[in-house]
Design a protein around this ligand. Structure first.
Ligand code: BES
Ligand code: MN
Ligand code: ZN
Length: 508
């Protein structure tokens, strides 16, 4: 889909817009939006509402054809709910219905004349982004490996947002940012949906190299020998059982001032998690191909900020390997030394995410970061705690961390990619005690997502840090199985907000 801005001619207004389909809003109380009133020269729209052919409920739609005196062949009426205040929720339902309707029309292009700046507490940029994301999500098909693609000959190909002359520059910018975000999410979905025999650590590294070329990022990919030299004993203990070579990817987008401390994103890149010697049960094990969704969200976010030309320094770190059982695999009770020097007793080889992340978090210290955010499909316990709606957000509890947490929560809210804050407290740290090493890699079933975060916390004391557990939000199971592209909207918006706040933040 191609998105653009169309400035409404002051003389002819919406009636003169040349398009295959013009979309206008109608409301539940049988009221018409301003654009709908303009188009309603003969009273067809009012009559449609009066007759009950369209209710005006959020997401209701009705197509009128060949209306007298209107340049557009079709008018698509879109219900937006209550007129007084269009709520966020109602606007999003309307956006989804719009996406489905446009995909089923014979029209090739369409123009939206919707009340984009009338959503409660949100601006036109928010409304534009919501519509573009809904359309791109509706059009997404995970069919790269199907020999027959879904034939999709129907549907609108070009969509213009009609705006007044005064806001057209802001609207153009909003469209460009939303498309960049949608492109980033698409990469994240594609990588997540690819099977582990295609999407290996090497494949992720090659994807990062291609991104670096396309958007002029700095890149380094470290191999096993280099990881040994760095003494990443914890990361290396996870990859031991696998034939696939591990990769440690570093991407650099230096869009800010040279001296500004960067934001570092660290993504868990387990391309398949069998559990290792602590083998997982067979049912639904295929879904553990999604255990690299943290990595995929870092790469997707880089695509988005690269396309936006974001004015901020951002570094992406992706430790990637498989977690496999074999004669060479780590065994329960093995003790390893992490890059930080702390020793870890591996009581369960299935708690491998924290073992690769802890070394990546130590590696992040060298960038003297303004903040570090790690993103990981870390625990089933997080799914139990928060379900599939909210990503788990964990930070320490002091002023600097409360501020970071608030930034991440707000970015999630603004994009409908929400997170919920969970506690990190010393009382939970006690569950990680080991008789033989500095810590164990599991803390038992109670508060499993919290003890996982507490484990990571021990490797992040040199900077401001947040952890996002996306085990419940990165993909959907069942009939609609597929990656969601989350939390790319949250991360991208967080970075955009930081870039807008400007002012080089000092290293923590
Ligand atoms: N990748 C899994 C977490 C996971 C499981 C995400 C199911 C989504 C759905 C992680 O590596 C893991 O296996 N975690 C264990 C930790 C336990 C052994 C302490 C878990 O959650 O069971
Ligand atoms: Mn695991
Ligand atoms: Zn895992």
């Amino acid at each position: 889909m191609d998105f653009s801005i169309k400035t409404i001619d002051a003389k002819t207004g919406t009636t003169g817009i040349k398009t295959d389909c013009i979309v206008v809003g109608v409301f539940e109380n049988k009221k018409l939006s301003q654009a709908a009133r303009e188009l309603d020269r003969k009273g067809d729209i009012a009559a449609a509402l009066k007759s009950g052919d369209i209710s005006g409920k959020p997401g209701s739609t009705l197509l009128l054809r060949n209306t007298d005196g209107i340049a557009s062949e079709r008018i698509l009426l879109l219900g937006m709910g209550n007129e007084e205040t269009i709520s966020e929720k109602n606007f999003l339902s309307a956006a989804q219905a719009l996406a489905r309707s446009l995909a089923g029309l014979g029209a090739k292009d369409a123009t939206l004349a919707l009340p984009l700046d009338s959503v409660n507490k949100r601006d036109a940029a928010w409304a534009i982004r919501s519509i573009i994301l809904a359309i791109r999500d509706n059009a997404y098909r995970p069919d790269t490996l199907k020999s027959q693609k879904d034939a999709n000959s129907n549907g609108v190909r070009k969509l213009a947002f009609a705006t007044g002359t005064t806001d057209s520059a802001a609207a153009k910018n909003a469209v460009a940012q939303a498309v960049a975000l949608a492109n980033g999410m698409e990469l994240t979905k594609d990588l997540g949906n690819l099977p582990s025999n295609v999407c290996t650590p090497t494949y992720l590294a090659n994807t990062a190299k291609k991104l670096a070329k396309d958007y002029k990022f700095g890149i380094e990919v470290l191999d096993r020998r280099q990881l040994e030299a760095l003494k990443m004993g914890s990361f290396l203990s996870v990859t031991k059982g696998s034939e696939e070579p591990p990769k440690f990817i570093i991407l650099k987008h230096m869009g800010g001032k040279t001296k500004d401390a960067p934001v570092v994103l660290v993504g868990k890149g387990i391309t398949f998690d069998t559990g290792g010697i602590s083998l997982k049960p067979g049912a639904n094990m295929d879904e553990m191909k999604y255990d690299m969704c943290g990595a995929a969200s870092v790469l997707g976010t880089f695509r988005a900020i690269g396309e936006m030309g974001l004015k901020l320094n951002v570094i992406g770190i992706v430790p990637s390997c498989e977690n496999m059982p074999s004669g060479r695999a780590s065994k329960p009770g093995d003790i390893v030394t992490s890059m930080s020097g702390q020793t870890i007793e591996i009581l369960n080889t299935d708690a491998e995410g924290r073992l690769i992340l802890c070394d990546a978090l130590t590696y992040a210290e060298r960038f003297k970061p303004a903040a570090v955010v790690d993103i990981a499909t870390l625990t089933g316990a997080c799914v139990t705690a928060l379900g599939h709606h909210n990503t788990g957000l964990f930070t320490r509890h002091d002023d600097a961390h409360d501020e970071l947490a608030d930034e991440l929560l707000a970015a999630g809210k603004a994009t409908g990619d929400t997170a919920w804050r969970m506690p990190i407290e010393d009382s939970y740290q006690e569950q990680l005690k080991s008789n033989f090493a500095d810590m164990a890699n599991i803390g038992g079933p109670p508060g499993g997502s919290i003890t996982a975060a507490c484990f990571l916390e021990r490797f992040t004391r040199k900077y401001t840090w947040a952890h996002l557990d996306i085990a419940g939000t990165a993909w959907k199971s069942g009939a609609a199985k597929g990656a969601t592209g989350r939390p790319v909207p949250l991360l991208t918006t967080f970075l955009l907000n930081r870039a807008q706040a400007g002012s080089g933040r000092k290293a923590a």
